[in-house]
Design a protein around this ligand. Structure first.
Ligand SMILES: [Mg+2]
Length: 310
């Protein structure tokens, strides 16, 4: 039986992600120590990128670009998703203002290969060990809402920019956690997280990459780092979700760990938004997001696509 609640929750996750991103933007690159002296407790403006309060960055923009592509193409079209990433990168589409900021090195390399060298979308992504930043993990949440999404498709969407197997597995694990929250109401946060881990452990049991996820699998997360490595980010996200009991505390915890504040809070906020629901996201924070009406409208159209494809 298809769980209809699956498709009534798009704005929970997507607005959860965007609010987390915007909370982190003004303090990106600040250390955990600095933030412990002066923690973020609300939506603030200016700081790192000198943007007004409620400004989102690449994380939200690439998530919105992916949703827009899926709605327009009524499915997953890798070239079109890349075309929309190009529009974001070069024309600041999907940003609130008229400039793009905060693009990661791996993402910009992949986009340059796609545009400049006419490389097919599925071959544009970077595959090196050093290409395991959190730049695909931060934008794959919409896939959790797509009916019958399979692991190969999630891996391919990651691989448009981040094609190393570690990044791909992280994206699959993240989407599995989100899907668990969408499909299994009444489960605890631990049940969602570790049931998804169990699926990944089984599916990728022969992969040498799996060892990098062991601290997550074992909930061995006393000490985490906010740097932008995909595994570090995932460890921060799981820790923040497990040690807090509401959306606001989870995303503020993620921001105040420091360094890659926006992406850590975006990825955490996506899951916290789904788990606790849209109404749990502080309304003051949502209202600070410029162009939130356009986001909500896209969420509705995306939801309609998921609905029609049931
Ligand atoms: Mg960012």
């Amino acid at each position: 039986m298809n769980d209809i609640s699956n498709i009534m929750k798009v704005k929970d996750g997507i607005v959860g992600l965007i609010v987390g991103d915007a909370l982190g933007v003004p303090v990106e690159f600040k250390s955990g120590y600095d933030l412990s002296q002066n923690p973020i407790t609300k939506m603030e403006g200016y700081g790192t990128y000198n943007q007004p309060a409620g400004t989102w960055s690449d994380d939200s923009a690439m998530t919105l670009a992916t949703m827009h592509s899926i709605v327009q193409k009524q499915g997953i079209d890798y070239e079109d998703i890349m075309d929309k990433f190009v529009a974001w990168y070069s024309e600041a589409k999907y940003m609130q203002g008229n400039s793009t900021f905060d693009c990661g090195v791996t993402t910009s390399s992949a986009i340059s290969r796609y545009v400049g060298q006419n490389t097919p979308a599925l071959e544009s992504g970077c595959k090196g060990e050093r290409d395991n930043g959190n730049g695909s993990l931060m934008r794959v949440l919409p896939l959790a809402y797509v009916k019958d999404i399979d692991y190969e498709t999630i891996e391919n969407v990651s691989g448009l920019t981040h094609a190393h197997p570690r990044s791909k597995i992280a994206c699959v694990l993240y989407v599995e956690m989100a899907k668990s929250m969408l499909e299994n109401s009444g489960w605890t946060m631990e049940e969602h997280i570790f049931s998804a881990c169990d699926k990944i452990k089984e599916y990728y049991k022969d992969s040498p990459e799996l060892k990098h996820f062991e601290r997550i699998f074992n909930n061995d997360l006393e000490i985490v780092s906010g740097k932008g490595y995909v595994i570090s980010t995932f460890e921060v996200v799981v820790r923040c979700l497990l040690i807090t009991e509401n959306y606001a505390d989870a995303v503020l915890e993620a921001v105040n760990i420091g360094i890659d504040t926006d992406t850590n809070a975006a990825i955490c906020g996506g899951l916290a938004g789904i788990y606790y629901g849209f109404d749990s996201i502080p309304v003051d924070w949502v209202n600070e997001i410029d162009r939130i009406d356009e986001v909500l409208s896209l969420c509705e159209r995306f939801e309609a696509f998921c609905d029609e494809s049931q």
